[in-house]
Every structure is written in C-alpha cells, then in structure tokens.
Write a protein that binds this ligand. Structure first.
Ligand code: HEC
Ligand code: HEC
Length: 296
C-alpha cells in the first residue's frame, strides 16, 4: 500500500475511535446530574414523557473500555495502514506455525513405518488406512478415488503396468514422476494413410478384431519398422520405456479402431507429476505400499 493510502486509512480509523470517545465525553458533560432524577426532557407525546437521566456509569465505562481496547488492539495487530503491529502477527505466519505443529505431529506417525518393507507394509491395516487418505488427497484427482483410473490415467488396481509393479519401481514412479511419450506414427514419420490403417489393423488383430485380415498382414511389417523398437517385436510392451503392452485387454486410451488410429496419427504425451519434494519420503513410502496393496 502506498504511504498516502496508509495514512488515509490510519487517519479514518483513529479519527473514528477518538470521535466516538469525544462524543461520549461531550454528551455526558452536558448533563447536569450524575444520578437518576425525575426530571424529564420536556417533550410529551400522547402522555408519554422521557426522563432526562444520564447513561448508567457501567455502560459509559464499557464504551470507554471498547475505545481503549481498540487502541490496544491496533497497537499489537495490523490494522493501521502499513503498520504491522508490535506482535508481528500475520495470517500467513499463523498458518505456517499451525502447519509446523501438524507436521511435527504427523511426521512422527508416518516415520514409524519408514523402515517397514513395502510388501510387509501393504498388509498393515492402520498404515493402509493412512495410505488411503494420502491417496484421496494427492492422487485421486487423476487416478480416481478407487485408483481405477480413466482415459489417459492408468488403472492402478490391475496387474498391468506401464512402468512396472515392483515395490521399488512404484516408489520410483511416485517420487520422480514419469513422462510417457509416444511419437506420432512411431519411427515412420512419413507413414501414409493406408499404412496407418494397416498398422492399426495389425494392432487390432492381437485381440482378434482386425477389420481386414489383409491389412493386418501388411501392417505386421510396418509394425516391425515403426513400432517394435518401443513396444517390442511381440508387441508386449517395454516397461523401461513405459510403452504399453498392446496384446492385452488393458487400454490407456481406449481399444476401438478410432482411438488406436488417433494414437498412431497424433502420438500421445502423458505425465505423472513427481511427488518427491511435495510429499515427505515417509509419506511416499506409505503411498507406494498402498498402491502395491491395490493389486496384490
Ligand atoms: C496430475 C495427475 C496425476 C496425479 C495427481 C497423480 N498421477 Fe500418477 N499418473 C498420472 C499419469 C498421467 C500417469 C501415466 C503416465 C504415463 O502415461 O506415462 C501416472 C502413472 C502412475 C503410476 C504408474 C502406473 C503404471 O502402470 O506403471 C503410478 C504407480 C502412479 N501414477 C501413482 C500415483 C500416486 C501414488 C499418486 C499420488 C501421490 C499419483 N500417481 C498422482 C497422473 C497423475
Ligand atoms: C518411441 C517409442 C514408441 C514408438 C516408436 C511407438 N510407440 Fe506407441 N506408445 C509409446 C508409449 C511410451 C506409449 C504410452 C504413452 C503414454 O504413456 O501416454 C504408447 C502408446 C501406444 C498406444 C496406446 C495404448 C493404450 O493402452 O491405449 C498404442 C495403440 C500405440 N502406442 C501404438 C503404437 C504403434 C501402432 C506404433 C507404431 C506405428 C507405436 N505405438 C510406436 C511409445 C512408442
């Protein structure tokens, strides 16, 4: 805030408080007596008259006390323009303190599982309840609350893995993240429309769904040239590259002719964001065990 507005606000706030104070004292001075009397203000309406009594003392002092309180408050806490208050309190540092307290408390709880091997930890009901909550807060937006995934987001409850389901691999995936990249038309950027149709038919033939046997047969050779480097000669995938198995029933982007053709034509880019740094090592350890438990 600029100095001008800081002074502007301070002047209005302090002016209002002292104004109230002055009003209280000034109106009280005009009163002739300090105690209750039978004297009336003089006006009468329909026979109803109004006593001219002073405000009760306790009430008067209560008003003064609120003015004193507000001045004290403004001295200690932010409220006067740029003045930060003598205590240096901010919403932010209060939040930080609360987070620190919570982290100190919870990190102990997470840490007790840090040395338990993942396979063993996956059997521990208490730890898995904790894992479920961590999953709901950090992973469910993408993988779904039950971990079943959706188009583009892998299902974590099945036995099919892009990168591998070994405890250490899961731990690595969560900590470092993953970058899935399928280049358009694989290793054959000049693939013709006919060749695309042929290779898609070949992929479909793994699940006996080729639209044309002839095209599938021709696609086999194209596959060897353009796709096998990543997906393998047998099309069973390569977990080191995150290239999915194309012969099974699990599909990241859908199993229809059109979806597969789309993948081949335009390629796919996908990212699993790294959690190291966002979550503590102990939290990731529990999450890895939770993910492991989903399919084991
Ligand atoms: C922003 C979305 C997003 C969030 C959040 C996210 N993931 Fe992922 N995750 C993905 C995507 C996308 C992939 C697939 C990457 C690819 O295709 O290469 C993936 C892949 C994975 C894999 C590898 C699966 C396999 O088949 O090998 C695991 C394990 C995983 N995520 C676990 C987690 C956990 C645990 C969390 C929570 C800490 C999490 N993910 C949070 C998007 C996300
Ligand atoms: C450079 C390596 C590479 C090459 C070459 C490659 N792919 Fe892929 N492919 C991948 C990766 C990695 C993915 C997973 C992308 C992701 O995680 O989002 C993938 C995904 C796919 C999918 C989606 C599978 C699903 O479960 O939905 C299909 C279909 C596919 N590729 C077919 C092909 C075909 C056909 C070719 C040859 C024309 C080919 N790929 C060439 C790396 C490759």
């Amino acid at each position: 805030m600029s100095t001008f507005w800081s002074i502007w606000i301070s002047a209005i706030v302090l002016g209002t408080i002292f104004g109230c104070w002055w009003l209280l004292v000034a109106t009280r001075k005009g009163q002739t007596t300090d105690t209750e009397t039978d004297r009336t203000t003089g006006h009468s309406f329909d026979g109803i008259e109004e006593y001219d009594n002073p405000m009760p003392k306790w009430w008067y002092y209560l008003f003064i006390a609120t003015c004193v309180f507000s001045l004290g408050y403004l001295a200690l806490y932010p409220g006067l323009g740029n003045f930060k208050g003598l205590l240096g309190w901010t919403q932010y540092n209060q939040w930080e303190q609360e987070v620190q307290v919570a982290e100190a408390k919870y990190s102990e709880i997470y840490a007790q599982y840090g040395d338990t091997p993942i396979v063993e930890l996956a059997q521990d009901d208490d730890a898995m309840k904790m894992g479920q909550r961590l999953f709901a807060n950090n992973c469910a937006v993408c993988h779904g609350s039950a971990g079943r995934g959706s188009i583009g987001f892998p299902n974590l409850t099945d036995d099919d893995w892009l990168y591998g389901g070994e405890p250490d691999t899961i731990l690595h995936t969560i900590t470092q993240g993953r970058q899935g990249a399928m280049p358009a038309k694989g290793m054959m950027p000049n693939m013709t429309a006919e060749q695309v149709d042929q290779v898609v038919n070949y992929v479909l033939s793994f699940s006996d769904r080729a639209q044309s046997e002839e095209a599938a047969e021709a696609g086999k050779q194209i596959f060897g040239q353009a796709c096998a480097a990543c997906h393998g000669q047998d099309a069973k995938g390569n977990q080191a590259m995150g290239a999915p198995n194309l012969t099974d029933n699990t599909w990241l982007y859908g199993s229809t002719y059109d979806r597969i053709k789309e993948t081949v034509m335009y390629g796919r880019q996908n990212q699993m964001p790294a959690q190291g740094g966002r979550l503590s090592e102990d939290q990731i350890h529990i999450l890895a065990a939770y993910v492991y438990s989903l399919s084991n």
